[in-house]
Write a protein that binds this ligand. Structure first.
Ligand SMILES: [Zn+2]
Length: 93
C-alpha cells in the first residue's frame, strides 16, 4: 500500500540530488573550460604540436586527440583531451 509513496519519495530524492549535483558540476567545469586555451592559443604556445595538419599533444606527441563535450556529448563547448596521457589541452566554442 505504501510502496508507491515510498517510490515517489525515493524518486524525488534522486531527482533533487541529480539536479543539485549536476548544477555544481556544470559550474566547476565551466570555469575550468574557460581557463583552457583556445585552439589558436594552443597552437601559438606550442607551434611544434601541428604535425602533418594534425594537432598533437605537446606532452606526449600523441596525435589522435578526443573532443569531449563539457557537460554531455551534445554540448557545443568542446575540450580536446589526449587519450594517451589524459591531459586536457585546449577548447573550442
Ligand atoms: Zn598526451
Amino acid at each position: 500500500m505504501s510502496n508507491p509513496l515510498f517510490l515517489l519519495i525515493v524518486l524525488a530524492f534522486f531527482i533533487f540530488y541529480w539536479v543539485y549535483y549536476c548544477d555544481g558540476r556544470k559550474r566547476a567545469n565551466r570555469a575550468g573550460w574557460q581557463a583552457l586555451p583556445t585552439r589558436e592559443q594552443y597552437l601559438a604556445q606550442h607551434p611544434d604540436a601541428l604535425v602533418d595538419d594534425q594537432i598533437a599533444c605537446h606532452h606526449c606527441h600523441h596525435r589522435d586527440l578526443q573532443a569531449q563535450g563539457l557537460v554531455h556529448l551534445a554540448d557545443f563547448r568542446h575540450q580536446y583531451v589526449c587519450p594517451h596521457c589524459h591531459q586536457v589541452l585546449f577548447r573550442t566554442q
